[in-house]
Design a protein around this ligand. Structure first.
Ligand code: 3NM
Length: 217
C-alpha cells in the first residue's frame, strides 16, 4: 500500500458524531483533506444488522466518490459485504492469518499494536500497516491499554522496521507533530475531527501539520 494513504487517517462511527449525521461529518472531513477513512461502529448505541450495513454502504460511497480508501474496523463479514478496501483488526480480534484468508488478495489489513513485541508479530504475519497507541490519554475508547506515548513508534523504527505506521489515541493539533517526529507516517484520530465544531477545518489543520513535519524531515 501507499503509505501516504495514512497521512490523516479518520476513524468514526455514529457514537463519535455527537448527534450529527455521520455522512455529513465524513463529507466535511474529506473536504478538509483526510486521506483514509475507517468505519468503526462501536459502543452501546452502535447500529446493528441492516442499519449498520446501510450506513457502511453510504459512507463507502462517499469515500469512493472522493477516492478515499474505506476500511472497516473488526467486522470481516461487513467488510466483505460492502466490498471495503480493507479491515483494521485489534489484538483481541480474529487472528491475522484467518482474516487474510477470508479477504480478497488486494485488501489492506491494518493491525493495532501497543508494544514493540506486538508490532514485530504483526509485521511477521504480513500486516500492511500498524496502528500504534494509545499515543496519549483518550476517553473515546473505553478499554484502552496504558498510554504508550510516541516513544513506542521510535522503538519500532529503531529496530529497522519500515512498515507504514499511524499513531492513534488522544491525538489533536497540539500533539500530532510529536507523533510524526517519532517516526509515524500519519496520525489517526476520532474526536479531534468528529467532535470538532468544523470537522473540515480540523482535518485541514492536521493535514497542514503533517505537511510541515514531513517537509522538514
Ligand atoms: N484505538 P481519539 S485509541 C480507536 O490505542 C482507538 O489502539 C486506540 O480516539 C489504541 O482520537 C483509540 O478520540 C481511540 O482519542 C482514538
Amino acid at each position: 500500500m501507499n503509505r501516504d494513504m495514512l497521512n490523516v487517517y479518520f476513524v468514526m462511527g455514529t457514537e463519535n458524531c455527537n448527534g450529527k449525521d455521520p455522512s455529513f461529518v465524513l463529507q466535511e472531513a474529506i473536504r478538509g483533506g483526510i486521506t483514509l477513512f475507517q468505519f468503526r461502529e462501536k459502543g452501546d448505541t452502535a447500529l446493528q444488522g441492516q442499519e449498520k450495513v446501510s450506513l457502511a454502504i453510504k459512507l463507502r460511497d462517499i469515500c469512493h466518490q472522493h477516492k478515499v480508501p474505506f476500511i472497516v474496523n473488526d467486522d470481516i463479514n461487513l467488510a466483505l459485504e460492502v466490498n471495503a478496501d480493507g479491515v483494521h483488526i485489534g489484538q483481541e480480534d480474529d487472528d491475522f492469518i484467518s482474516v487474510k484468508r477470508r479477504l480478497p488478495a488486494k485488501s489492506i489489513i491494518g493491525v493495532s499494536c501497543h508494544t514493540l513485541e506486538e508490532a514485530a508479530k504483526a509485521i511477521a504475519d504480513g500486516a500492511d500497516y500498524l496502528g500504534v497507541g494509545p499515543m496519549f490519554f483518550t476517553t473515546t475508547k473505553k478499554d484502552i491499554h496504558a498510554v504508550q506515548g510516541p516513544k513506542v513508534i521510535r522503538e519500532i523504527r529503531d529496530k529497522g522496521y519500515t512498515i507504514p505506521i499511524v499513531g492513534i489515541g488522544g491525538i489533536n493539533n497540539s500533539n500530532a507533530r510529536k507523533v510524526l517526529e517519532h517516526g509515524a507516517d500519519g496520525i489517526a484520530v476520532i474526536s479531534a475531527i468528529s467532535m470538532a465544531t468544523y470537522p473540515s477545518n480540523a482535518a485541514f489543520e492536521l493535514k497542514e501539520i503533517h505537511k510541515t513535519v514531513k517537509n522538514n524531515s
